[in-house]
Design a protein around this ligand. Sequence first.
Ligand SMILES: C[C@@]1(CC(=O)O)C2=NC(=C\c3[nH]c(c(CCC(=O)O)c3CC(=O)O)Cc3[nH]c(c(CC(=O)O)c3CCC(=O)O)/C=C3\N/C(=C\2)[C@@H](CCC(=O)O)[C@]3(C)CC(=O)O)/[C@H]1CCC(=O)O
Ligand SMILES: NC(=O)c1ccc[n+]([C@@H]2O[C@H](COP(=O)([O-])OP(=O)(O)OC[C@H]3O[C@@H](n4cnc5c(N)ncnc54)[C@H](O)[C@@H]3O)[C@@H](O)[C@H]2O)c1
Length: 236
Amino acid sequence: MPQPAPPRLTIALNVAGRPVLVVGLGPVGRRKAASLAEAGALVSGIDPRDDPAFVAELAGIPLARRWIEPYRAERLDAEAWALVALCAPEEVNRIAAAEAQNRGLWVATASEPERSDWILPARQRLGNSRATLALSTEGAGPALAAALVRRAAEAIQPWNDWIAAAGRLRAEARATIADPAQRRAWVASLASEPRLEQVRNQGVSVVEAQAREELRRLRGPLLNRDPLGESASFPP
Ligand SMILES: C[C@@]1(CC(=O)O)C2=NC(=C\c3[nH]c(c(CCC(=O)O)c3CC(=O)O)Cc3[nH]c(c(CC(=O)O)c3CCC(=O)O)/C=C3\N/C(=C\2)[C@@H](CCC(=O)O)[C@]3(C)CC(=O)O)/[C@H]1CCC(=O)O
Ligand SMILES: NC(=O)c1ccc[n+]([C@@H]2O[C@H](COP(=O)([O-])OP(=O)(O)OC[C@H]3O[C@@H](n4cnc5c(N)ncnc54)[C@H](O)[C@@H]3O)[C@@H](O)[C@H]2O)c1
């Protein structure tokens, strides 16, 4: 019996400024193009359609470039850095997948998840932070993934603003607590159960102010450095 494939690795990829090609700009291709563009990718789309209804559907999608023609392999060479999203009819996707993979590019094949090198999980942004919650079912239930990630995001909603606050406090701790073990322990306390309960019960600003006061008390010799140089911590 063949072994089942191991579970996939979910990563947070930096695509800002990177060219990405989306083949087929139907509802699925437009959704992929919008997500990629939101992450700053330079999205080229290729689709032979150019009727008014189709052009109207494309209006809100920030494409860096649109090729009004059927897919051809040359577009892979010019338009793709690493990722290609294949959202055309299955027979087109199959050919394009083989040609892209031959070039070492990673494909997401909307019609055949099991052949995809990458899959876009369902995602929810957490408030105004830069954090994203992602849920992938590897194609077992895309609509369910979308519904459950919304529920999961609701469940952790009281901590949305704590993500950014904890980020600020962590940066301050790195600049002010000199002893690495003490710094690690204090930063870990930002994610401790009692702290999270306190955030839920008292709100982010109260807990952030309290944590900052703790930091002030813990402040080590880093802040007492000679402001003109590092002479205090690096004797000659
Ligand atoms: C998460 C999300 C991200 C995105 O696309 O942005 C996404 N699909 C979404 C929605 C959605 N997709 C489908 C429905 C209709 C209801 C249903 O069937 O459930 C709905 C619901 C809707 O439209 O509301 C149908 C569907 N999807 C795929 C197939 C083919 C197949 O399974 O073979 C079919 C059957 C087509 C057919 O019937 O022929 C395949 C894929 N869809 C994936 C992602 C990848 C797996 C993700 C995962 O499971 O982890 C994967 C493998 C490849 C890919 O497309 O990347 C996005 C949520 C947007 C949001 O967050 O609101
Ligand atoms: N509808 C869904 O929810 C869904 C979800 C996941 C996957 N899929 C699969 O993803 C693919 C796209 O789904 P869709 O609903 O957006 O389909 P769609 O038929 O609405 O869109 C496909 C697009 O591909 C274009 N196209 C056709 N031939 C092409 C070619 N040679 N080169 C470039 N573009 C070409 C078409 O003009 C069309 O705009 C299909 O393979 C489908 O099976 C569909």
